[in-house]
Design a protein around this ligand. Structure first.
Ligand code: PLP
Length: 463
């Protein structure tokens, strides 16, 4: 069954949970994909995350951080489930408003904003926004004096995180008085305190320490006469099973800390989770477009390929796949992520070779895995990587003219119906693949859609 979700997006609704390798093979077969890399986005996984959030942190309203993965299907589903949104720019605010989300469901959570973007927020009643410096207050006073301001403080930095955001944002709690005083002098309205412990937090206690510190600044604001009623505990929650800490463990610490430092207060608690909602929902399948066999000690060097290594020269395999660090795997550089390759085919030969996996561009930096052990693979084989939903396509480029992968969406029927009980389904909607010139990031894109519900401005007869 298929459902047309709007904006050229079709969701394949499956009767039961299918393994990721089955989904990949089905997608390859149904869409006759010869070799192009593609994503599978499991919307059911995002629905499960929302259920988990509601179960573990019922008092904390999630404002999904759009920057993490801004695909229409993700934002639409989250909006339909009632989530609010953390936006970092005018374009993100526009995207969210376009979905029909009320401006009161947006926090403009970038402490250093371009003035024209603040004006845009003012024009569209997006009044809740963060700040961490005096210059920002002066800009806001000039163009949006009625904004509701949230002071972002720097949480304690002695905890392990994947990406430290404190090097760039957050006012030292010791400087908070000075900033609040500046806001008071300007007649601005400070309503709360926020922090971000760092993306991919690996120690739950980081939240306890930050909430305690936020309480002190909160009290400072109250004592200065501000009508403080909001605590924003930021992001940092893990999005897939990994070493370190689980979401449930963090939620437990957060709940205890909220009871301890904000007991019985009439304070609204919000958060800005990004990776939590999307990381595990996306898997990318890449195709081996080229392969070189080199001597083991010559990997990654300007070495002569050895098609037939001698007996004492153990071969190493270099595989080139069609997405890399300039595309979806930019998470290896920017997000300090680690990825794990899986193989679509079963390989009878259980001999493992020292291997490396490279992206498709001509840059030597474009390496996905400098070393791993794999059976001998061939050009045309598929290698897939799970947990690729956070900070991947959203920050990818098309360097060297490499196209962005297509995205195919699936959802298990029972989960889908929890969100969309009366959704319209087609047994077999007619799908057309239409090449469309786009002026945006990707110069040439293939659009898939249900022929019965054509995207605005497009008719099949035109092609
Ligand atoms: N809020 C802000 C201000 C951020 O900068 C980020 C990530 O960079 C997030 C929320 C989302 O963080 P995470 O994906 O770790 O939940």
């Amino acid at each position: 069954m298929k459902h047309y979700f709007g904006s050229n997006t079709i969701v394949d609704i499956t009767s039961h949970q299918k393994s990721i390798s089955t989904l990949i093979q089905k997608t390859v077969d149904n869409h006759q994909i010869e070799e192009d890399a593609f994503f599978i986005g499991d919307l059911g996984d995002i629905i499960k995350k929302q259920k988990l959030w509601q179960e573990c942190l019922p008092r904390v309203e999630p404002f999904y951080a759009v920057k993490c993965n801004d695909h229409y299907a993700v934002l639409k589903l989250l909006a339909d489930m009632g989530l609010s949104f953390d936006c970092a720019s005018k374009a993100e605010i526009q995207k969210v408003l376009k979905l029909g989300v009320d401006p009161s469901r947006i926090v403009y959570a970038n402490p250093c904003k371009q003035t024209s973007f603040i004006k845009y927020a003012a024009k569209n009643d997006v009044s809740l926004m963060t700040f961490d410096n005096e210059d920002e207050l002066v800009k806001i006073k000039a163009v949006y004096p009625g904004a509701r301001l949230v002071l972002r403080i720097l949480p304690p930095s002695n905890f392990k995180v994947q990406c430290d955001l404190g090097i760039k944002f957050g006012c030292f709690p010791g400087k908070a008085y000075h900033l609040l005083e500046a806001a008071r002098k300007l007649g601005l309205n400070v309503v709360g305190v926020s922090f971000h412990v760092g993306s991919g937090c690996q120690e739950a206690e980081a939240y306890d320490a930050a909430i305690q510190q936020a309480r002190d600044v909160f009290d400072m604001g109250l004592s200065m006469g501000f009508d403080m009623d909001l605590l924003d505990i930021g992001g940092g929650f893990p999005g897939h099973e990994c070493e370190g800490v689980s979401f449930e463990e963090i939620a437990e610490v957060v709940n205890v800390a909220l009871d301890k430092y904000f007991p019985g207060d009439d304070v609204r608690f919000i958060a800005e989770p990004g990776r939590f909602y999307v990381a595990s929902a996306f898997t990318i399948s890449t195709n081996i477009i080229a392969k070189r066999i080199v001597a083991r000690d010559q990997r990654g060097k300007n070495a002569e390929p050895v098609d037939f290594p001698t007996a004492d020269e153990e071969p190493a395999m270099m595989y080139y796949v069609n997405d890399g660090v300039y595309g979806s795997f930019n998470c290896l550089l920017y997000d300090h992520a680690a990825v794990v390759p899986s193989l679509l085919k079963n390989y009878d030969d259980d001999m493992l070779y020292t291997s490396s996996i490279w992206g498709p561009t001509c840059d030597g930096l474009d390496c996905i895995m400098p070393e791993c052990k794999l059976p001998e693979l061939r050009s045309g084989d598929w290698i897939y990587f799970r947990d690729m939903g956070a900070y991947t396509l959203a920050s990818a480029s098309t360097f060297n003219g490499m196209p962005a992968p297509n995205q195919y969406f699936v959802c298990q029927m029972d989960l889908w119906e929890e969100v969309y009980p009366n959704s319209e389904m087609d047994e077999k909607p007619v799908e057309k693949m239409i090449p469309v010139m786009k002026s945006g990031r990707y110069p040439f894109e293939t659009m898939k859609f249900n022929q019965n519900v054509l995207p605005e401005g497009i008719s099949v007869g035109d092609y």
